[in-house]
Design a protein around this ligand. Structure first.
Ligand SMILES: [Zn+2]
Length: 292
């Protein structure tokens, strides 16, 4: 199942906006990693952030976000490529903390209020671009907004939300991102700020049946919107047994020989999607032959 990511321009192209209903994306992540509510919300928001921030990169490029705070979640990793494939994981999937004062999932406590946001963009150049900023609230949307504003000098606003039911299933999830381009007028910025501060949480809007286009119109306070090409986004990992075989080969002959001797087999697990790949003795011996 794929989700639709909608991109648009407004106010003489000085405002870029994107919005998506990410219910399927986050639901697939929840099932693959068997996350509990707090982890589902933290991982889900990071996945949506990666999908939104990765919406403009080229097909063969990739963007990854690492959020590493001092909360019980540990590291939260999300990666998106230019073709709309998004994947991710959280160090501690079985995490369900008490609700916060607003009776919402306490994402700030899950992530922690101190730590680092690291964004890496592999655009096919020699070295990936890596930017970093401190975690400011642990709510993820604010942390990514701060990252974009400080590290990439693009004034932005981001809203992210994940609603989880009592059975741990994802009810809905979504997000939006606004970027202010050079040349935006004071009046436009004031109007955007008013829209952002008045808008209801994205999960509430989705629950009311609002589409990404409806949410964009609410945020911008205008119907004069230029929609760009839509993008299909879904949870998809690019791992394969071949790739894990290469990983095993890179351990070197000595290490592989000891695995063959001690276990006679090996099982590898992909962090991103939890797929398991089993290697029997014969396969390990073939890897041994190719290893250095
Ligand atoms: Zn995988």
């Amino acid at each position: 199942m794929m989700n639709k990511l909608v991109k648009a321009l407004a106010f003489d192209d000085t405002i870029r906006i994107s919005c998506m209903d990410a219910s399927d994306l986050v639901s697939q992540a929840q099932v693959k990693h068997d996350t509990w509510s707090s982890a589902t919300a933290a991982l889900g928001r990071t996945l949506i952030g990666a999908a939104l921030m990765g919406a403009d990169i080229k097909d063969d490029s990739r963007l990854s976000i690492k959020i590493h705070g001092d909360g019980p979640a540990g590291r939260i990793i999300a990666a998106a490529d230019g073709s709309g494939h998004v994947k991710g994981y959280i160090d501690t999937p079985h995490l369900s903390l008490p609700a916060n004062a607003d009776d919402k999932i306490d994402v700030a406590k899950t992530v922690g209020r101190n730590g680092q946001v690291t964004v890496s963009k592999d655009l096919g150049l020699k070295e990936p671009f890596v930017g970093q900023s401190p975690i400011i609230s642990g709510e993820i949307a604010e942390d990514l907004t701060y990252y974009l504003t400080v590290s990439e000098q693009t004034p932005s606003a981001i809203g992210l939300g994940v609603l989880v039911g009592p059975d741990e299933k994802v009810i809905n999830a979504g997000g939006w991102m606004i970027q202010v381009m050079p040349g935006a007028s004071e009046e436009t910025i004031k109007q955007i700020e008013a829209g952002v501060s008045a808008v209801a949480p994205v999960t509430e809007l989705l629950d009311q049946g609002k589409s990404p286009e409806d949410i964009i119109a609410l945020l911008l306070g205008t119907d004069d919107i230029k929609y760009l090409a839509e993008k299909q986004v879904g949870f998809q990992c690019d791992c394969s047994k071949e790739r894990f075989a290469k990983g095993l080969a890179s351990l070197g002959k000595e290490e592989i020989a000891s695995i063959i001797q001690e276990d006679g087999q090996a099982e590898t697990v992909c962090h991103f999607c939890n797929s398991k790949y089993h290697f029997d003795k014969e396969e390990l011996e073939n890897i041994y032959k190719k290893a250095k």
